[in-house]
Each structure stands twice: as structure tokens, then as C-alpha cells.
Write a protein of this length. Sequence first.
Length: 162
Amino acid sequence: MFAVLLLAGCKTNENNYRQAYEAAVAQRGEESGVDSTIYAKIRNSARTSDLVVGTDSMPMRAEYIGYTEDGGASRETVKKYNVVVGQFKQLFNARQMRQRLIASGYDSAFIVHTREPLYYVVTATCSTPEKALVAYRKVKADKDLVLRSPLPFILRPAHFGR
């Protein structure tokens, strides 16, 4: 009888799970502003804002980028406003998406990478915000592209400054 009571007292239940979950959420909330990983520091260094063109706005990030070997881009070809439709941790996946985009008519698709590295797949590079808006609208309207938040967005390479 004593063993049955002891086992019943040790059983996990929904209340125990809820308390553990709430404690973890509270701890995460206390640490949310301070993440010791280098990747979090790099992610936080990316400035996010809105690019406003007339009455329209598009999400925009300013980040330091590098040029991936066989990615189809270079410092000379990339302009100030770039429409990002893919974001990957693996270069292989970014290359696969780039090939699918090229086959679908996005002939100028290319890959750049961040310091983390994250590999961004870009469909268009534009010198003006107005041209970027046209390219942004095109990918938003393309039913063949499956885009998940935060995509698409405008990438402004940090070397262009403000």
C-alpha cells in the first residue's frame, strides 16, 4: 500500500509540466536581451527597418555580406537594394533554390552570405527603391514561390552605408 502511495505522489501531471514551462519562460524572458553566442550578436547587429516608397513599405535589413563562390554575384554587380526570397544555413540548399529560380525565369538570381553564415538567395538587385518595389511586388505575387516570414525582404549591403 505504501509503495502505491509513493508512486502516486511521484507521478508527473499537467500542473508539474505547467510550472516547469512557466519557470523556463520566465528565465528566458530575463535573458532575452543578453545572449552570449556570437551568432546572436551578429544577428542583432543586422539593422531592420522599413523601406518606404510612396505609400508602400517593405521590410529592409542592412547587413554585412560576402560573396559566395559560384553564387552568381560580386561586389561590382550587387546594387543597393536586393530582394531576398530564400534564407538558409546550408549553402547546398541555397544553391538548389537558386537553380530552381533560374529555371523559373529569375535569370539574375544569386547568393550572398552573412557573417553567421546565413545564405541569402536574391532574385533582383536594384539601384533605386522604386525598382526594388517593382521586384518585391513581383515575388509577392508569384504563386510558384512559397515564402515564409520574414521573406521576402530588401537587403541593403552595409558597405553602401545609409
